[in-house]
Design a binder for this molecule. Structure first.
Ligand code: ADP
Length: 524
């Protein structure tokens, strides 16, 4: 009611000002006509009357526009949250000169109602392991009491305001982040919390997207890393965020942290341990492969077809084992920021053909055929041949593993719209369920359905992405369950990066990272 009273008072002052101005104008016109131009009393009165009518019309229009500003904003908000609301932008309340508080209060009610309405489509579904009634969504429904409720919650909770600055943090959040609450409040979350994500879908990116385009949204991230200010310690957790535009409580984005440091660290430790153990396999494996090649060279022509097939299988299995060893070693290097690449100029179709020749045997012994569909006239790429081999080999191995029925695998190369060189590995196998697609490139992720049928580590695609991103490219996937999948990646043309080449070096040095910081160099 206080807000309405303020609106009414401001409109009275506004219309009074314009009315006084209109009356003064009418009198002024009359005096001007009668005394300055010496027109008759009747004509002067007629002209003054006409100007009085015109200025009254203007005053009426200005007053009506001013008094309906708040109403128009609420109207626009209602349309914005309606099922076809994507066509109508959210109202900008900053321009409202009369009744901004009323409009803000009513708009936040509209957004609150829309966010709890089951008919409004959310841009992204809440994480499956959290029900709709999570502590965070409960907090959002209450006003000032939310502070004490958030304090009682046994999890770290942080709220951000309109500008992405921290407006609230419960005590657990402050101690979890190793900061005082006072040090956090008012600071931008990105500068205050050193968070790293598994891919370039970072919290900062999401916040700026939803602030621009959404009324309410949820998102979650697995395995987020928080590094302490001195860089000495880090914690690993799952993060859940809920956004509500112009939320009446003043907290637009709420973050809840679910700590899994011990679980995730022990997984990482076991990868490092396995990597250490696997390292010892490299030498005997290389020797084994060498002997198999010698046998094949010396005896291949004299062997019966059956023995020749055994020899091929033996060689393919040794290659598979080498690929697995190198995957594990490379993942551990990526995690420790020790996978270094040297990008050099190369003809991509030539590189791809050489890799495919090498993979041919592995594909053939599992009853598949590898086809190449290469676009001609592609520009030279900037590529690290050793690590890109891992990328293609992982994608082809997956295409083979997850295509039990079909035989064909096609590798396409083409020029992308942005000038990058695109490669797609297409199979006609089991495909990936839609809800699994966003997680495919995360460390250790395995789709439950395919995971049960086929063995694997969940590390291949994680490595693929880290290597491609270090090349300055990106990865994507399109898939339909039961019909097959296409996994693609892009590489930059050499011309786009050649300026990075320093005088005496043989190539452009890059590092592959598993973590993307909020302010990552890889974010474009
Ligand atoms: P792995 O194959 O060892 O499990 P990856 O990281 O290579 O690990 O793949 C992660 C998951 O992605 C796999 O477990 C599988 O569920 C899914 N996947 C990858 N490639 C394909 C494909 N070509 N077809 C269907 N599912 C795939």
């Amino acid at each position: 009611m206080e807000k309405f009273k303020k609106l009414v008072d401001s409109l009275i002052v506004y219309s009074f000002f314009w009315l006084v101005l209109a009356c003064s104008l009418t009198v002024g016109v009359f005096l001007l006509c009668n005394q300055q131009f010496e027109l008759s009393l009747g004509i002067s009165a007629a002209i003054a009357l006409a100007s009085g009518v015109l200025s009254s019309l203007l005053v009426a229009r200005l007053t009506v526009l001013a008094s309906t500003q708040a109403f128009r904003a609420v109207w626009q908000a209602v349309w914005h949250v309606s099922p076809n609301g994507d066509l109508v932008p959210a109202p900008k309340l900053g321009h409202i000169t009369h009744g901004r508080e009323v409009a803000e209060a009513l708009n936040s009610q509209v957004y609150d109602l829309a966010s709890s309405s089951p008919t409004k489509q959310e841009p992204s579904a809440p994480p499956s392991n959290l029900s709709a009634q999570t502590p965070v969504s409960l907090i959002q429904k209450v006003n000032d009491n939310s502070l004490s409720l958030a304090e009682l919650l046994p999890i770290p909770v942080i709220a951000l305001d309109k500008n992405g600055n921290i407006s609230f943090a419960n005590k657990l959040a402050a101690s979890y982040c190793g900061l005082n609450i006072d040090e956090m409040i008012g600071k931008s979350f990105a500068s205050c919390l050193q968070m790293s994500f598994q891919n370039d879908d970072t919290l900062e990116k999401w916040v700026s997207q939803v602030t621009a385009n959404s009324v309410s949204a949820h998102n979650s991230w697995d395995r987020v890393k928080l590094t302490s200010a001195d860089g000495q310690t880090s914690k690993l957790f799952d993060l859940f965020a809920s956004y509500n535009k112009d939320n009446s409580s003043g907290y637009e984005t709420l973050l809840a942290i679910f700590d899994h440091t011990s679980k995730y660290s022990s997984e990482d430790d076991s990868t490092s341990y396995v990597a250490m153990a696997v390292h010892e396999l490299r030498t005997p494996l290389t020797i084994l492969r060498g002997y198999i090649e010698v046998f094949d060279d010396q005896l291949g022509s004299s062997l019966s077809p059956e023995l020749k097939a055994f020899m091929s299988k033996m060689s393919a299995s040794a290659q598979n084992l080498t690929a697995l060893v190198s995957n594990i070693l490379n993942v551990s290097r990526v995690d420790e920021n020790q996978l270094n690449l040297t990008l050099q100029e190369a003809d991509w179709n030539e590189v791809l053909t050489t890799i495919c020749k090498d993979l041919e045997l592995r594909v053939k012994v599992r009853g598949k055929v590898l086809e190449l569909d290469l676009a001609q006239g592609l520009p030279a790429v900037a590529v690290d041949k050793i690590s890109i081999y891992e990328v293609v080999s992982n994608l082809v191995d997956n295409a083979v593993k997850y295509s039990p029925e079909s035989t064909k695998i096609i590798i396409h190369s083409s020029l992308g719209k942005d000038g990058s060189i695109e490669t797609v590995v297409q199979d006609f196998g089991i495909g990936v369920p839609e809800n699994a697609i966003p997680h495919l490139f995360s460390k250790f992720y395995r789709s439950h359905r395919s995971g049960k049928r086929v063995g694997g580590s969940g590390l291949g695609l994680y490595l693929v992405k880290a290597i491609v991103v270090a090349h300055g490219g990106h990865v994507w996937v399109s898939s339909k369950e039961g019909e097959g999948s296409s996994f693609g990646f892009s590489l930059q043309p050499f011309s786009a990066v050649k300026d990075e080449l320093s005088g005496d070096s043989s190539g452009i040095e890059r590092e592959a990272h598993g973590w993307i910081k909020n302010h990552s160099i890889y974010r474009k």
